[in-house]
Design a protein around this ligand. Structure first.
Ligand code: ATP
Ligand code: MG
Length: 139
């Protein structure tokens, strides 16, 4: 069934001029972009977005990194969107990501790992609503 996921092309990717290459990969994998915008995450937004990780030792640095420069947020649609995007992204640590994945190719470190993807259908809905109103989404 066609469903949706939320991606963030993270600050390291935007800084290095990799947005175009990454979004091309996503489209080539059959995703439709149903909403997209370039934004700077405020510290508070980054804190809220990654709130599930607030007890983790890397949380402070993660928030600082995500607010360090512009990102692209996009709502994506295709069959099995959550799983397919995570497969295309590769493992969290680019060193452990399969060859040919976005993180293996564009990630710098376990923190600066190029891209975010929702990890479940329920979280995809929450994350898309975090950045987009229904009227901003068009299949
Ligand atoms: P994302 O949620 O961004 O798609 P993920 O689901 O693969 O990534 P999570 O465990 O949800 O991984 O971690 C969220 C983000 O926190 C990672 O993408 C990375 O930027 C950062 N992160 C995760 N683990 C570490 C770590 N051990 N050290 C530093 N940063 C980390
Ligand atoms: Mg995650």
């Amino acid at each position: 069934m066609a469903n949706r996921t939320l991606t963030i092309i993270k600050p390291d990717s935007v800084r290095k001029g990799n947005f175009g290459k990454i979004i091309t990969r996503i489209e080539a994998d059959g995703f439709t972009i149903v909403g997209i915008k370039k934004i700077g995450l405020a510290q508070k937004q980054a804190e809220a977005f990654y709130a599930v990780h607030r007890e983790r030792p890397f949380y402070r640095d993660l928030v600082k990194y995500m607010a360090s420069g512009p990102v692209y947020v996009a709502a994506l649609q295709r069959e099995d969107a959550v799983t397919r995007l995570r497969k295309l992204m590769g493992a969290t640590d680019p060193k452990k990501a399969d060859k040919g994945t976005i993180r293996a190719e564009f990630g710098e470190s376990i923190e600066q790992n190029a891209i975010h993807g929702s990890d479940s259908d329920d979280n995809a809905k929450i994350e898309i609503a975090f950045f987009f109103s229904e009227s901003e989404l068009t299949a």
